[in-house]
Design a protein. Sequence first.
Length: 419
Amino acid sequence: MLNIQKSVLSNGLKVVHSYDDSTQMVALNLLYKVGAKDESPDHTGFAHLFEHLMFGGSANIPDFDTPLQLAGGENNAWTNNDITNYYLTVPKQNVETAFWLESDRMLSLAFTPDSLEAQRSVVIEEFKQRCLNQPYGDVSHLLRALAYKVHPYSWPTIGKELSHIVDATLDDVKAFFFSYYVPNNAVLAITGNISFEETVRLAEKWFAPIPYREVRRKPMNIEPLQTEERRLEVERNVPLDSLFMAFHMCERLHADYYAYDILSDVLSNGRSSRLNQSLVQDKKLFSSIDAYISGTVDAGLFHITGKPAVGVSLEQAELAVWEELERLRSELIDVKELEKVKNKFESTYIFGNMNYLNLATNLAWFEMLSCAEDMEMEVEHYRQVSAEHLREVASQAFQRNNCSVIHYKKKDTGSCNNE
């Protein structure tokens, strides 16, 4: 059992702590409950832009990285549709540097035209590289827009359109920051070689003076039930045809979430998984295939993606996938197969949380979802999923009227014959 201790500052900041004396390091994970879904449909990509802006200088510290590096620390960040997450590690003797740095950029960013232009350029270049100039780079845009009609998961974290970042003003950026990057919309998780008492002292010293601010929550449209299959066919300059399928699934806190996750592992986790064994190794219909869940806070998607083998059409490949899904709908998963998947999850999960930084990230995530202590129930939740439950969920989810399909075809560039 983890020794999890918590405190809430007067400004609403949640502090979660777990002590680990096996390391001489401390990890700080600061999670803000703001992601791409909180953006306006005509101002997307802002949460991702802030992932970069938060390293461009804050109210009293012009350069974030240099003081941290001088203290022997490292840092990074990531954003998704639900949250923005910043983390750093530092030797325990220099831990106050970490509190100082993180609190100053929560207080306020520098908000200079130079900083905005510098980070805007980085994000624009990233958009071009990932979405415009990379094979299959537009798949996330296409598939999300196909699967979601009203929920803001209909655009990816990087943004719906490049113009939204190009046209962002300093006033737009300031308004977004002061609406979401506030102590009462954040969870600070601290793990490693620091006591709870010292954690609270430093949190009070550096974060408590930051004022509470109202969070601008926009109404979240609930995605209506999909009632018919949605299909899209595109041609692009890519090396191979590819199949993309997405099925609507439940939200993260729903009891069925664990069944969906296990189903994705049954299908594609490891060489002996069903899709790999049957469709890649035995029938040789695919060169590669994968299944995974989005894991989003609100109702998400169950993805199946694959590249058919040479000479296999997308229609043949898709039919083979449906046959494997029908097996899940009609047959109970063998006890040994199910136990193997559960054992693999348990070992990966427990081993992962032995790392103090991974633990800090998970503590912040679960405290944001419900409460940090719930992370200790994850293995048990997976253990409790039965073969009958899996068949029931598969039967409900893997239907054509719940599916969005993209046939992503290699463009026929033709040939030139010299006579």
